[in-house]
Write a protein that binds this ligand. Structure first.
Ligand code: ADP
Length: 269
């Protein structure tokens, strides 16, 4: 009996060793797949804007005198817009690295949400040119104790996506509501929204809904950075599809503990 038990134990140990080896092999394969996907995506995201910039700059230098002022302006706009996209892309990569390394030092100060939204819109001016943007912030919102740089980066990423994933001419609404317990900031667009099964996954690193959609350059990093930053700031972020029409709505929620002033008209406490 003892011999049989020892045999059984040996078989079980061998099985678990094989299973562990397979797990390790699977993990290595998955890591390799992710790394290849990342490199493919990175090189695509760098190559596409660089090709536009090089093309526009070459046209300007070699054939500049053949173009009229409007055409030259268009080429200059391309160079500027694509360079800005590249800068945002590199900034996102650096942000992600800092976030992963735990290297973010917060500079908290009282932040006026309206001003932060204004600054983000200013930074995104070129990108949002072809959209209508409606800022619908109610009066009397509390000031928030936040690092304004991180908050603006979150807004910039959400606005970038809203414009990227909805048609030119459609409207992006920036709204907010505060019930005294929490403040909710929303960014809604009129795009096609996000399939239900992907709603939670879009916050994962490198996750993109339409991987085959190479039209829209992207890394799948923006939303994971948004979630990381919002959580560092003490808030939460979620996404849903709009109920009134097609489109996505991203909601950033800050609890009362982040308010530095009470919302106007709030007598509680
Ligand atoms: P990227 O835009 O670089 O691909 P993100 O992390 O910002 O990466 O977004 C992840 C994915 O979520 C996008 O690839 C896209 O499929 C989806 N997504 C993000 N924002 C929106 C939006 N406003 N409308 C529809 N889909 C969106």
């Amino acid at each position: 009996l003892l011999a049989a038990l020892v045999d059984q134990a040996a078989v079980a140990i061998e099985r678990s060793r094989l299973a562990a080896e397979m797990d390790a092999a699977r993990l290595a394969a998955e890591t390799e797949r992710l790394r290849t996907a990342l490199l493919t995506s990175l090189s695509h995201d760098l190559k596409t804007p660089l090709a536009s910039i090089t093309g526009a700059a070459t046209s300007l230098r070699e054939y500049g005198e053949l173009y009229d002022a409007a055409a030259r302006e268009e080429l200059a706009v391309t160079i500027q817009g694509e360079s800005e996209r590249l800068s945002r892309f590199v900034a996102n990569l650096l942000d992600m690295t800092r976030l992963k390394a735990g290297g973010i030092v917060l500079k908290r100060e009282p932040v006026d949400l309206g001003e932060a939204v204004g600054a983000a819109l200013q930074r995104m001016r070129g990108v949002l040119d072809e959209h209508q943007v409606a800022v619908e912030l109610p009066a009397g919102l509390p000031m928030l104790d936040l690092d304004v740089v991180l908050l603006e980066q979150v807004l910039v990423n959400l606005l970038d996506n809203a414009s990227k994933y909805s048609a030119p001419g459609s409207t992006i609404v920036i709204g907010a509501a505060c019930d005294g317990r929490m403040l909710e900031l929303t960014i809604s667009d009129e795009g096609s929204g996000i399939p239900a099964e992907d709603l939670e996954r879009v916050f994962e690193m490198f996750y993109r809904v339409n991987k085959g959609d190479r039209q829209r350059a992207g890394t799948g990093l923006g939303l994971s950075i948004c979630r990381g930053f919002v959580e560092v700031l003490g808030g939460t972020i979620r996404v849903a599809n709009r109920s009134d029409r097609s489109g996505a709505v991203f909601t950033v929620t800050f609890p009362r503990s982040v308010f530095t002033t009470l919302p106007q008209g709030d007598a509680a406490e």
